[in-house]
Design a protein around this ligand. Sequence first.
Ligand code: SF4
Ligand code: SF4
Length: 482
Amino acid sequence: MKPVASQPYRLGEFHAFEAASRRFLYLVPAGAIFEMDGAAQALLDRLAERPMTHHELVEALAAAGSDPSEADELITELYHAQEIVSGGTVAVPVSSPPADFPLQSLVLNITNQCNLACTYCYEFGADKIATPQGKPKYMDLETAKASVDFLVAESGRRRALHITFFGGETLMNFPLLKEVVGYAKSAAAAAGKSVDFSLTTNATLLTPAIIEFLSENAIGVTVSMDGPADLQDKRPVYKSGKGSYAVIEPRLRALIANHRTRAITARVTLTDGVTDVVRIFRHLKDDLGFHEVGFAPVTNSGQQAYAIDDDAMDKVLEQFHALAEEWLAFALRGEMHGFSNVSETISELIQGVNKSHPCGAGLGLVGVSPGGDISPCHRFTDADTHTLGHISTGIDRAKQSDFLARGHIGSKYDCQTCWVRPLCAGGCHHEAFVRYGDTGHANLHYCDWIRGWTDTCLKIYGVLAARNPEFLERFAQRKALS
Ligand code: SF4
Ligand code: SF4
């Protein structure tokens, strides 16, 4: 028997978990999940006691009843899978995407104006980074067309392109949106590509004609909404202080009833006093009829009164777990539940993502401000500190490289020993900037939370892998909501 490594073996980098009475490990260098049989488990248990040479390990396994040649084969197999490593072995580095990474998605901020005055808004609230003074408030057609041409030209061999319309309140510039949809379809078709669309809205300006247009053009809709009337009217209010729920509710019902081509999703921002996740979910999913509902704690510098404190975050996590259990029960029956926080993590797990960067910002996705400035994503539009170029002159490659180098997982010291880094990669660049003043800083305030939540989703994955693997396949192609 020839050892595959000259140095003693030790455990590789993984997170072990149990589900459905089976044992799995999430292998960090690969971002992949493996089920362990009894023999593999016995081998890992031995190495958990102390590092061992090849010979020692074979002997230890033989002493426990294994056939020596099978033990030898197993060691080789686990070594190549990196479940065990030897002294000099280093984790496979996550490579950087190429500098000319093609563009796939454009977020067009077609206006920076809004008819509501949500105090926690990252665009207008206390922690805003945008500097829109003196810049256009509404995107014009020329800028929008140039942006579409830019997307098509920069998309390389990608055939399926995506445009998201964003604001401010997106529908305050609906006439432009209509024009862009027609123009983008023609431009993409002329280049032998396809394009699909989505938008985010507060739903206050929806009309039957707008809903019909969205449906006819299969435009995906995400509604920013915080829950039933008592919660929705705490912060997403008009400038007069009047709540928005009564305006939104009938429009939403009309949207959900009449948008025939795409499912409607809700995105909830959790803030101080708006943390009743289960009640919010029930209202949005069951009472209003959203297809999916996703939750995110408010982005903030840590100083704001609307921020969620640690106790409230723990309660949020408890409620996430309650909904996750429901999600699993639905999944075992082959039904979709609608809690998108689980769906999105499961999707990333099944796709085996191993991220060099937390998201596509500045890579396959960029944002465009009403005046045509290019930014890493919609959250950086109109922020002078984060402009990556202009639609008329293209991306400033030096600025883009600097942004991507800062955000690369390899440059985040605190993340190097974290098992969840293939999925998290340090977290949202914008959140990091607001919290730490550096887009490349790891979002360390959420680490325990992220690890706890990912462990929950891994266990759900494990149960489904054992009991309803076909259901998991539904998530193989799914893209995360942006
Ligand atoms: S930010 Fe925290 S949870 Fe995310 S990869 Fe880094 S250390 Fe891990
Ligand atoms: S995760 Fe953050 S940086 Fe990335 S696209 Fe979303 S908001 Fe932008």
